[in-house]
Design a binder for this molecule. Structure first.
Ligand SMILES: NC(=O)c1ccc[n+]([C@@H]2O[C@H](COP(=O)([O-])OP(=O)(O)OC[C@H]3O[C@@H](n4cnc5c(N)ncnc54)[C@H](OP(=O)(O)O)[C@@H]3O)[C@@H](O)[C@H]2O)c1
Length: 278
């Protein structure tokens, strides 16, 4: 059985490739740039672009299961082509916020295409990735400081390796058909606590500097973030800082249930990624 991993050079996709290889499966990987892919030698690497579904024909030939990196604009075509090529099961990467359809290019577009395919499907809906905070690496390296508004906002950071492990479990195991797995890491942490954890991982104090939200908003928009995205994000952070949620136990128990081991903590993630912040 051949399994095609799209987004295979990405943070999650690489993890999915690794999980499948460890399980002894035949793995094919899709990338737009095979020469730069740096994937293990036993992986069959195919060139293709999810934005151009016809470019996936060769990669899909003979594939039975598919890990789908979400590209909303072409999802319906990609999924139809997968079905036509003989794919039987799709595990799609989505997000915990999928039901929030604030933005038209949201995850539900991909999920709906997958649901309409007639194939077995599983939606993998992780919460916020711990890897997002690699964005802090430049200011931590340069000044041991993180500047952000709403330092009291709480998230439940999700280790990308756990996202990959959940996707691999759904690709390989039985009983995941028609299931939507919404999940996150094992702890609810404020931004300040996450900054402190990175400090412990690098063995140095990292300062948190609370930014004025109005000034930060202007800065983010100057940096190229769409205003509506900034407003949505800052709105969520402000609400969370006012009323921090406790850990969502339902989300926290999915990784252990599907993978048979505890979900990785933010401190583990920070220790593994310490070099990026040092
Ligand atoms: N960040 C979060 O907090 C969060 C939370 C929930 C869900 N998510 C979802 O997770 C996704 C990110 O996953 P990730 O971290 O594994 O991704 P990533 O590290 O950004 O990598 C995505 C990979 O997908 C490939 N790719 C991108 N566009 C492609 C296209 N048009 N055709 C073929 N391949 C394409 C790229 O590979 P090549 O360059 O080799 O082609 C890239 O390496 C987000 O887009 C979001 O949908 C994120």
């Amino acid at each position: 059985m051949t399994i095609l991993v799209t987004g295979a050079t990405g943070v999650v996709g690489r993890g999915v490739v690794g999980e499948l290889l460890r399980a002894g499966r035949r793995v094919r990987a899709l990338t737009r740039r095979p020469a730069a892919a740096r994937l293990p030698g036993e992986v069959e690497v195919y060139e293709g672009d999810l934005e151009h579904p016809e470019s996936l024909r060769a990669a899909l030939a003979g594939v039975e299961r598919l890990y789908l990196f979400p590209v909303a604009r072409t999802a319906a075509e990609v999924v139809a082509l997968a079905a036509e090529s003989g794919v039987r099961r799709i595990v799609d990467l989505s997000g915990a916020g999928a039901d929030d359809e604030t933005f038209e290019d949201g995850y539900r577009v991909v999920e709906r295409a997958v649901e309409a395919s007639g194939l077995d499907w599983t939606h993998v809906r992780p919460g916020e990735f711990a890897a997002n905070w690699l964005d802090w690496a430049p200011s931590i390296r340069a000044e041991r400081t993180v500047r952000r508004p709403h330092g009291g906002a709480v998230t439940q950071p999700t280790h990308e390796a756990d996202v990959a492990a959940v996707a691999a479990a759904a690709l390989l195991g039985d009983g995941h058909e028609g299931r939507t797995y919404t999940f996150a890491g094992p702890e609810a942490l404020t931004v300040v606590e996450q900054v402190e954890a990175i400090g412990r991982a690098i063995g140095e104090r990292v300062r948190f500097e609370e930014q004025d939200p109005v000034a930060a908003r202007e800065q983010w928009i100057r940096d190229g973030y769409p205003a509506e995205v900034v407003d949505w994000l800052f709105g969520m952070w402000a609400a969370s800082a006012r009323d921090p949620a406790p850990v969502d136990e339902e989300w926290a128990c999915v990784v252990p249930r599907l993978t048979g081991r505890p979900a990785r903590t933010f401190s583990e993630w920070a220790a593994e990624n310490a070099a990026a912040f040092s």
